[in-house]
Design a protein around this ligand. Sequence first.
Ligand SMILES: [Zn+2]
Length: 247
Amino acid sequence: MKERDHKKHPEDKKVSPPKIWKHEYFKEYLLALGRGPCYFEAIKNFPEEIELSDVWHKTFNQLRRETSDGLERYLFIATDQQSHSILLPRNPVIGSEDKISPEDKFKHFLWGMEKNIDEGDMIGGMHSHPWGSVFSAGDLYDLVYYRHSAVEGLAGKNANAIAFGTRETGNTDFRYLLMDKSQKDFMNYWYSSNGYKRHGAYLRKIDGSPAGFNDILKIESLIAQRHNLVIYRGEPNQPVKRVYPPV
Ligand SMILES: [Zn+2]
C-alpha cells in the first residue's frame, strides 16, 4: 500500500479519545468496568484530566478529614447497574497508620453484601494516607495481581490520587517474583530492588535514612510502567491530572 493511500484508511477517521473526562464520562467508564474485564480501557485512551463529581470530592474530603487522626481509612467502590450509579459507602473502615487489615476489609465487603451489593460489582476501593497521596507498592498490588481491583482512589494530606488498571495490565506477568507472589512478596521486590526497606510504617533507604516523597513517587512510577497502570493526582476539590504515563 502506498503511503498516501494509507492516509485515507478509514481507521484514520476514527474519533480520537477525549483529553478530558467529564464526571459523567468517568461514571460511565466505572459502570462499564462493573460489567466485566473486557471493558478495561487501553492505556493510550486514558485522558489527560478527569473531572470528579461532588460525591467523589465529598468522599475524598471525608477520608482526608477522618484520617487526620493518623489512621488510614478504606471503602469499596461499587457499581449499581440498575440505578446506573456508583456507590461510595459513607462508613469507611478504620485501619492503622500504614494499612487496613485484610480482616477489616473483609468485614466491610460482608457489610456491602448484606446491603445486596454483589462482590462482582465492587470494582475497586478508596483509602486515605495520613501523609501523602502517593500509592505504596502494597496499594498497587490489587490493581495488577489478578486485577482484583480496576480503580483505586487515594486521599492524601494535600492531594487526591486515582490509579487505574488498563487493558494492557492483564498482559503483564509476575515471573519476576520468585517467591509466593503475595502482596508482601510484591512489596519486598519493589522496595529492595530499588534500595529501600520497610521499617514499621515507614520506608527507609538501605543505609537507614528516611525515604522521602520523591523516593516513594519513583517506586509508584516504576510499578505503573511495569504493569501498565495509569495514575492521576490533583489538589482537593480539583480535577485530577495524569501523572503516569506523563502527559
Ligand atoms: Zn496506601
